[in-house]
Design a protein around this ligand. Structure first.
Ligand code: SF4
Ligand code: SF4
Length: 381
């Protein structure tokens, strides 16, 4: 009962790397992105290739720890490790890295990263106030546009930007459609399957192909639902996973939840629903990009009201039975915010809540499994 689209995407990864090499030979530029705040529309508008560089694997961490402190978020260490070992073909291909001053660890890591690639740092405001933060952030977007134009020797016109907004909106809407398939009860798709599809698609460079494949994935899952096929039952606990981003290689907690018989029906994080936003297509494109990206509800923002609004909406829409909050080790902003997230979930929805702090290694897997199994008993399913 495995999904054919997952096999298809695995087979496409080698071709995708060859496509990048070929495009670079033809003079197309590549921009590496680490964070959801990086406005991908500017890269697309420049006719360049955006690639995701966020590290989700444990293997490069040892190399990173020769330079970075061990007591640092594994996502940062993994990302940096890939760079120092030159073991990520996407980093290797990047002509420019787009970085943001989100958390302390990441912004200091970006300073070191400048030894390996040209890095443009966007100074992210610490709050989302429309009167002060938005004009400041808009200026940062303009500065990024100027840097891309200089670095890639192109002109980014308002028409290019508007077209890029439409392209990315179409992709994000298709992504939302895909994630929404898990609203069925029982859900016809596991959280791990959805993560695998999204992760593999995030590396493909052809936007038309990504859009078509997203639709193909959604249709295959729809057909499964029509046939009444599911690995879950109506009483399988439905879990919302919130907190720090997750990808293939760092899916330990998601995997443990589903191995314990529950279904991660929705992820409220930067690998899940936070990605499914829409940029206004009418009016000033740079202003629309600035306004929408500033609304991203990362714990680096203080305060961060959008996270609670999205959590409440997703809990209701996906009929969630419990919330698990994943914080990568030493990620102060998410780990501190966990307290208010717990209070929000318990006070407003009377749902069980579990916080997990871990890293990318398997050292604590069995201990986590015991905690997760005990937690799932509290969901009453
Ligand atoms: S969690 Fe925050 S810092 Fe991390 S990718 Fe998302 S927006 Fe960026
Ligand atoms: S998980 Fe936390 S510490 Fe790690 S990069 Fe994201 S915000 Fe920073």
């Amino acid at each position: 009962m495995s999904l054919a689209i997952i096999e298809k995407l695995a087979a496409l990864s080698d071709k995708n790397l060859m496509d990048i090499e070929k495009a670079k030979e033809e003079g197309v530029k590549v921009a590496g992105l680490y964070c959801l705040y990086a406005p991908v529309e500017l890269v697309v508008a420049a006719g360049a290739i955006p690639v995701s560089l966020c590290g989700t694997r444990n293997e490069p961490i040892a190399a990173a720890e020769k330079i970075l402190p061990r007591n640092l978020c594994p996502l940062i260490k993994s990302s940096f490790g890939f760079a120092v070992t030159d073991s990520c073909p996407f980093f290797h291909a990047s002509d420019l890295v787009i970085a943001e001053t989100t958390c302390d660890g990441k912004k200091k890591m970006f300073e070191l990263l400048k030894a390996y690639r040209p890095v443009h740092v966007m100074q992210l405001p610490q709050n989302q106030e429309p009167d002060k933060a938005l004009p400041y952030w808009r200026r940062q977007i303009e500065l990024l546009k100027e840097r891309i134009e200089t670095e890639f020797k192109v002109e980014i016109t308002p028409e290019h930007l508007s077209a890029a907004i439409r392209t990315m909106n179409r992709e994000r809407l298709a992504l939302k459609d895909l994630m929404d398939q898990a609203k069925g009860r029982p859900s016809p798709v596991s959280g791990l399957e959805l993560l695998t599809i999204k992760h593999r698609l995030s590396f493909l460079i052809n936007k038309e192909e990504v859009w078509a494949l997203l639709q193909e994935a959604t249709e295959e899952i729809r057909q499964r639902a029509l046939k009444g096929e599911s690995q879950f039952t109506e009483s399988s606990p439905r879990i919302l996973l919130t907190g720090t981003p997750v990808g293939l290689g760092s899916e330990k907690v998601l995997r443990l939840i589903e191995e314990s018989g529950a279904n991660v029906v929705v992820m409220e994080n930067c690998s899940g629903y936070k990605k499914a936003f829409r940029v206004e297509e009418n009016g000033d494109p740079l202003g629309a990009i600035a306004a929408q990206y500033l609304q991203i509800s990362c714990s680096c923002m203080s305060p961060n009201p959008g996270r609670y609004e999205m959590l409440g909406r997703l809990i209701e829409e996906f009929q969630v039975d419990g919330v698990i909050d994943l914080g990568w080790q030493a990620c102060h902003t998410y780990l501190i915010e966990s307290h208010t997230v717990q209070k929000f979930v318990e006070d407003n929805y009377q749902l069980p809540f579990l916080q997990i702090e871990t890293d990318y290694s398997d050292a604590d897997s069995e201990r986590l499994r015991v905690r997760i199994e005990a937690f799932l008993e509290m969901t009453g399913q």
